[in-house]
Design a protein around this ligand. Structure first.
Ligand SMILES: [Zn+2]
Length: 283
């Protein structure tokens, strides 16, 4: 067993492949959570079932990523179409887990795995229901504070108290910043520009990424959201007014993953040339 942990810490390619499979399985679980939480079905109530006919899914038809393609996106029992979001979320889980593992190593990557699992749930519910459950946003905030105490190195801090302080300050700054943007947008556009779920999501980002990471995620997310929104409107031929109906959570989440996979270094490299901006540097 000791050898296994040594190997896991080594970021050996075999372990990276193992982590990919783990991430795909977590993605599969995130799909189940995203299906059950908005419908208020318990997570442990029943085994996997088809969302269309309710038939139990055999284990060999429930292999992440692979089964959806093997069954050509259809249920093995009723033949009904199964959302392409299933393999997309599973693939994202596998790829993100592997990249975070290679970039950060253990134990810090484990904190980001937990964040990723939660965000995948919120990503799917935001796409399908335009909601991000409190269990993801506020639960993510609490989890982020907990990890910051256990692994203060996430924030470049030393000691549990310093880690908690970074997480809480990060959450406050990010939450207030996005709340102000939402408030301003609502006044200017005379309708809800942003859901409160997005503001709560920023509490989670601040706790896990620190305030610089949260602000970066919001800025990168705005750019990603605008580009995706324009392409979507252009491709679908819808009116500009429907732009506001596009959920903002998924682009914010992409911004957060971008921060963890090189955005932080890019942000610091960009700011390091200007001494008057040194207070913005991420530790
Ligand atoms: Zn079915």
């Amino acid at each position: 067993m000791h050898d296994f942990w040594d190997l896991l810490a080594s970021r050996h390619p075999v372990m990276t492949a193992y982590v990919f499979v783990l991430g795909a399985c977590i993605g599969s679980f995130a799909n189940a959570c995203a299906y059950r939480i908005p419908r208020e079905i318990g997570l442990s109530d029943e085994r996997s079932f088809c969302p269309l006919c309710g038939a139990r899914i055999q284990w060999f038809h429930n292999i992440p990523i692979f089964s959806w393609f093997w069954l050509r996106g259809r249920c093995a029992s009723c033949g009904g179409r199964i959302s392409a979001l299933y393999p997309v979320i599973e693939l994202m889980g596998g790829v993100l887990f592997a990249l975070l593992y290679v970039r950060h190593g253990l134990p810090i990557a484990a904190a980001y795995w937990v964040l990723t699992g939660m965000l995948l749930v919120g990503m799917r519910t935001d796409i399908e229901w335009q909601i991000i459950p409190d269990r993801v946003t506020l639960g993510g905030f609490a989890t982020g504070v907990g990890f910051s105490a256990a692994l203060p190195g996430m924030h470049g801090a030393v000691g549990a108290v310093a880690g908690i302080k970074e997480a809480v300050i990060g959450a406050i700054i990010c939450g207030v910043a996005l709340y102000m943007v939402a408030w301003l947008g609502t006044r200017m556009l005379k309708k809800d520009a942003m859901g409160l779920g997005d503001v709560k999501l920023m509490l989670c980002f601040g706790a896990f990424l620190g305030w610089q990471g949260g602000i970066f995620s919001a800025m990168a997310g705005s750019v990603i959201g605008a580009v995706v929104g324009i392409v979507f409107l252009w491709a679908s031929g819808r009116k500009w007014g429907s732009f506001m109906a596009i959920p903002f959570g998924p682009p914010l989440m992409l911004g957060a993953w971008l921060w963890l996979l090189g955005g932080r270094e890019a942000w610091n490299a960009y700011l390091s040339d200007a001494p008057e901006l040194s207070f913005l540097l991420a530790p």
